[in-house]
Design a protein around this ligand. Structure first.
Ligand code: LLP
Length: 418
């Protein structure tokens, strides 16, 4: 039988999930998330970049396992509070990391005393004007970066992110003028970075921390840890990755004469592999040389392929017991746009993926979809946002209901005419 046939997710039959929750639905295995949390144990603080998956059930799971969170918007702060995070504490349970404050987020961090990680000089001044002293951390762009796509590379001069490393002295002076202590240095060079680039970050952070001096009590490695999407991709060796960070920390501690904490801020690493997008095959067609499988989810549900040419492993839960031969298939969705293809390279070039021959009524599973899946979903083509399910100890729980057609128009009004 093809190894690409999969009838269960975390012990629950896929057919049962589709029957009870409908399709398309994101299904998350809680045990995978907790396993990844434990793998990061060498780090003093694990801060989940909730932009990867901010469902309250995921945040609650993280909180119960000692993971704190990052927030990039007022909405993400509200989510963290709703999931039971305290506004303040040591380490800060919630840190607002961004390159700007919109008015709502500035008001919210000041109201709740949420910690801030400033990615621009303007943030330092605007925050300083609202508070009377306290700690901040600085997000520095070290002048180099890397990501799985140029769109997720956040270091270097093409990137809007972080305080340019040469501006650190100016930002230190600004912080001082505002009565703020720079208690931490943070660098995030990109998402899905390769290990060669990640290996350079500890040295860069050490140098920046020395420049900031002994007010620094924490260094953050940012996120960006890669996960194996393609067959044969290596898995992250966390223990090996930790070594240069620990060495840098020890040198800083010797120099400063006090403890220095190491934070890590992964999104994808914690949640990508826990997630499967369950879709139903609704049509098959041949167009010249291409053999298409059309499912009921499109880039409205999972945008990574159309945005980055991202590869996702897929498998099939057939609707019958007939043997299925493997074929090279193109997988697409229901949207009225040619780019609505899950098997594509960056730039929109269609490719194929080896899959069991799919029939209408089969369930097609798009895997490794727990990170930047639901959170990037949209209502394009007036499609409702999908449902989300979390499997805990072999039991599926609905953690977000599918939107309804009423939800789609709920905020709209037709102006009175005549
Ligand atoms: N910290 C900061 C400051 C970030 O900007 C990000 C991601 C992370 C941590 C987490 O990165 P991760 O560990 O998940 O790689 N939508 C894209 C990813 C965009 C990431 C943006 N920032 C994707 O689907 O691949």
């Amino acid at each position: 039988m093809s190894s690409l046939i999969r009838r269960e997710i975390a012990g629950v039959p896929v057919a049962e999930l589709a029957r009870d929750f409908g399709t398309p639905t994101y299904v998350y295995d809680a045990a995978t998330i907790t396993q990844r949390i434990h793998a990061l144990a060498p780090f003093d603080v694990v801060r989940f970049a909730q932009k990867a998956n901010s469902n309250l059930a995921v945040l609650d799971l993280c909180r119960r396992h000692g993971v704190v969170v990052d927030a990039v918007s007022a909405g993400e702060i509200h989510r963290a509070l709703a999931a039971g995070y305290q506004a303040q504490g040591d380490p800060a349970p919630i840190v607002y990391t961004a390159d700007l404050f919109d008015r709502e987020s500035l008001a919210l961090v000041v109201e709740h005393g949420i910690a801030v990680n400033c990615g621009s000089a303007d943030m330092i001044d605007q925050y300083g004007a609202e508070v009377s002293g306290g700690d901040i951390t600085l997000r520095i762009n070290p002048g180099f970066g890397h990501g799985h796509s140029q769109k997720t590379n956040t270091g270097g001069d093409h990137s809007k992110h972080g305080i340019w490393y040469e501006d650190l002295p100016d930002c230190l002076r600004r912080a001082e003028r505002n009565g703020l202590r720079v208690a931490g240095i943070h660098v995030h060079i990109g998402s899905g970075a390769d290990l060669e680039h990640l290996a350079l970050v500890a040295g860069a952070v050490e140098k920046l921390a020395l420049e900031a001096g002994d007010q620094v009590h924490a260094i953050s490695a940012g996120g960006g840890l890669p996960v194996p999407y393609r067959p044969g991709d290596p898995s992250m060796n966390v223990d090996a990755y930790f070594v240069p960070w620990d060495e840098a920390r020890k040198r800083l501690e010797d120099k400063f004469g006090h403890a220095v904490r190491i934070e890590i801020e992964p999104g994808r690493y914690l949640v990508a592999e826990c997630g499967v997008l369950v879709t139903e095959v609704r049509a098959r067609k041949h167009q010249g040389d291409n053999d298409f499988v059309l499912v009921d989810a499109g880039f409205n549900v999972l945008a990574r392929p159309v945005m980055y040419g991202a590869y996702h492993p897929m498998s099939l839960a057939p609707c019958d017991d007939e043997p299925r031969e493997e074929k090279d298939l193109v997988v697409g969705g229901p949207l009225c746009e040619s780019g609505d293809i899950f098997t594509q390279e960056e730039g929109g070039f269609v490719r194929t993926q080896r899959l069991p021959d799919a029939k209408v009524g089969d369930l097609l599973l798009i895997e490794c979809a727990g990170a930047y899946g639901f959170v990037m979903a949209s209502n394009y083509n007036s499609k409702p946002l999908p449902a989300e399910v979390m499997i805990v100890d072999g039991k599926p729980h609905g953690i977000r209901a599918r939107q309804t057609s009423e939800d789609l128009t709920r905020l709209e009004t037709i102006p009175p005419v005549g």
